[in-house]
Design a protein around this ligand. Sequence first.
Ligand code: KIV
Length: 271
Amino acid sequence: MSVHREVKKVTTHILQAMKARGEKIAMLTAYDYSMARILDAAGVDVLLVGDSASNVMAGHETTLPITLDQMIYHASSVVRAVNRALVVVDLPFDTYQGNSKLALESTVWIMKESNAHAVKLEGGAEIDESIKRILKAGVPVMGHLGLTPQSIYKFGTYTVRAKEEEEADQLIRDANILQKLGCFAIVLEKIPAHLTKIVSEELIIPTIGIGGGGDADGQVLVTHDMVGITKDFHPRFLRRYLELFDIMKEATEQYIRDVKSGDFPNDNEQY
Ligand code: KIV
């Protein structure tokens, strides 16, 4: 199937139209200019400046340490690279939970400084005031339910969420609340495939799955996992399209050998 490059710029409305006509949405994370240029040129629909930057770019164990200013640095780099994709930025931990005024201030700051197109917040009914306030200011909001990594210390593990009926019912209620509030899409992370199917069929806004099976309206992966820059992460849901760690390591080893032997630079590689 060909990727869709005929659309000049992807908007939230285009994503909803894609769901309506049954066209899947392809989303990936990006945190820097060079990577974002490649992904946008390939025709990805949505680029998520995820707070997973805390893990893959900064080497933290969780997403909690990343700051608003660091997210702005990543987001503005991505926005400068993009011609077509919709750029969504994660509001980091402690910039919106339990305080809708702070949520709006964080959003306005991120939007003004980065020129991104939308924000993503983790949570359901408990953050409804924050979502309302952001939407009222005219900023599109993407929701995020299921495994929400900013709550890792509440969950205790990164295993599949909503396997029990009570949590699954709550997730369905939350998804409906997010849609009613006006979110344009919802990420469903690491939940059973049958639950993704129920939610995706019930909602008119698109669902974007990660570890939630094939019935979501779109899929997202952390790019560094997808191209194999990260090495020791093998969840069942991850399909690796490259082994870039090994490829780059081999290239680097060759470079080191060439420098040490005097092979690089040769006569054609100097002025
Ligand atoms: O931060 C992130 O990369 C995310 C995706 C896993 C959806 O939120």
